[in-house]
Design a protein around this ligand. Structure first.
Ligand code: FE2
Ligand code: FE2
Length: 265
């Protein structure tokens, strides 16, 4: 069966909520970069060298580091595809600015791996192990349709991994002495919020354009959450998962979407 597609018949319904131009985007990123470096400069050398965490923390954190790093690496690829295939320029512009954001996040996460002394050969196996975000992102990387990519990755996945879950990750890392990860999570969330808001504007425009689009978006949501649920299977990361669904439903339900029926654990 052919994959369902959605076309925004009236592209003027979509406006970048951040109203960015190239000039405004570059200025914003420069300010973000300065703020990030200032926060990082307050961290003690021991924390940056991962001497403030226990060996057991590092052992268990490798799959979290992999979830962070490979999600960002995947994002640089799928958002480039979404930009290349974007059906109209306003949407392409949002994708291209996001591409630059995701590259910055990717570099932050690579630095975590390096500073924590995790050899590169261990990164990918950690992500390919069961219980990670790998299945979801590999699915998104196979997609070519910009709208489907943005609904699944930006609206559902980033909408879910929004402010709530990054706060859980940042606080959890900080409590275990991993101050560098905490600073990174708090920096990335400011960009992710912008990625979510343009995806939300797109979903809203699609539903206004044709209410029948809601069924396809519901199906994309269900597919995405089913691919994600393994991250919390067996009760692992329960607090993270509750925050994940909670963040997402807060933006999705007001637009007319229904909760996905998911296996319980
Ligand atoms: Fe990101
Ligand atoms: Fe993002």
């Amino acid at each position: 069966m052919a994959r369902p597609r959605i076309v925004l018949r009236d592209p003027s319904r979509f406006k970048d909520p951040a109203n960015l131009s190239w000039e405004r985007y570059v200025a914003l990123q420069a300010r973000e970069r300065e703020r990030y470096l200032a926060e990082r400069a307050t961290l003690p050398e021991d924390a940056l060298a991962y001497r403030t965490v226990s060996p057991r923390y590092l052992e268990r954190a490798v799959d979290q580091f992999a979830n962070n790093y490979y999600s960002e690496l995947s994002a640089t690829h799928y958002i480039a595809t979404a930009a290349a295939n974007a059906p109209f320029d306003e949407l392409k512009k949002c994708c291209l600015f996001q591409l630059a954001d995701e590259q910055r996040h990717l570099e932050m996460d690579a630095e975590v791996f390096h500073r924590a002394g995790i050899p590169e050969r261990d990164w990918l196996p950690a992500w390919e192990a069961p219980g990670t975000t790998c299945r979801f992102f590999r699915h998104v990387l196979e997609l070519e349709d910009s709208v489907e990519i943005l609904v699944k990755a930006n609206f559902v996945a980033e909408g879910a991994a929004g402010p709530g879950t990054f706060a859980v990750l940042a606080d959890g890392a900080e409590a275990r002495g991993d101050l560098f990860s905490a600073v990174n999570h708090r920096a990335r969330v400011r960009d992710e919020t912008r990625h979510i808001s343009f995806a939300r504007a797109l979903v809203k425009a699609l539903i206004e354009d044709d209410p029948a689009n809601l069924d396809v978006i519901q199906r994309w949501q269900d597919e995405s959450l089913h691919l994600f649920v393994e991250v919390a299977r067996g009760g692992a990361r329960r607090e993270w998962w509750d925050g994940f669904l909670g963040s997402y439903y807060k933006i999705a339900l007001p637009l007319g979407l229904r909760p996905t029926a998911l296996p319980s654990f």
